[in-house]
Design a protein around this ligand. Structure first.
Ligand SMILES: Nc1nc2c(ncn2[C@@H]2O[C@H](COP(=O)(O)OP(=O)(O)O)[C@@H](O)[C@H]2O)c(=O)[nH]1
Ligand SMILES: [Mg+2]
Length: 201
């Protein structure tokens, strides 16, 4: 089973993207293993719908620690992928020690994982430029030379299309995959990319 880390800043839609992907793969239930920053493991089985209500939130740092969602890719592909949803990373340290530990665990996984999905809030870009933490994630991923996908999420939000256009003019090498986890748009593309190996965009 291929291990894939879903990484990015807080509140960019990482958790919703994981659940949308599970839904697109036909899962009705999400088996979620929640690794808490203190090392304890909590297992929960939720319907995808309940998971969306419980785990997706406009509050920053709702995901503390690593949430693992097993996603069965299509039978034709016959491959399984394990998505590790992670604590949002930010440049500044956080007052809460649990969140700091969650971030540290995310960084550890970034250098160990077999595949990286890097989620960015397209509407939050400034003049089409990635934030310092997103630039760091992109550079480390390239150094690691594992399949890497840059996802521009929240394409439904005002300004997202313009920011994406500006980004593309600056960086023609990295082709972001555009999606709206909220509306479920772009999930098929995501599935296609994840089911191929050795994809680096
Ligand atoms: N407009 C818009 N909002 C989204 C989208 N994806 C996620 N959100 C919202 O962004 C907030 C954070 O989502 P969440 O998945 O918890 O982000 P995480 O902190 O990166 O895991 C929630 O209020 C979501 O409903 C999207 O594609 N478009
Ligand atoms: Mg989350």
């Amino acid at each position: 089973m291929r291990q894939c880390l879903v990484i990015g800043s807080p509140n960019v839609g990482k958790t919703l993207l994981c659940l949308r992907l599970a839904q697109a793969c036909g899962l009705k239930w999400a088996f979620i293993m929640h690794e808490l920053p203190d090392g304890a493991v909590q297992e929960r089985v939720l319907t995808i719908r309940d998971a969306m209500v419980t785990l997706v939130s406009p509050r920053r740092y709702t995901t503390v620690g690593i949430q693992t969602v097993g996603v069965g890719m299509s039978a034709a592909i016959g491959r399984r992928l394990v998505l590790h949803d992670s604590t949002g990373l930010s440049e500044e340290s956080h007052d809460d020690a649990l969140i700091r530990r969650g971030m540290a665990r995310t960084l550890t996984l970034m250098v160990q994982t077999e595949q990286i999905v890097h989620v960015v809030d397209a509407a939050a870009l400034d003049k089409g430029v990635l934030s310092p933490i997103d630039t760091l994630i992109l550079e480390v991923s390239r150094e690691r030379n594992v399949p890497y996908t840059l996802v521009f999420n929240k394409m439904d939000a005002p300004g997202a299309a313009r920011q994406t256009e500006l980004y593309r003019k600056r960086d023609r090498r990295t082709r972001p995959l555009m999606m709206s986890a909220l509306r479920g748009q772009g999930v098929d593309d995501m599935q296609r990319v994840l089911s191929r190996t050795n994809v680096v965009n």
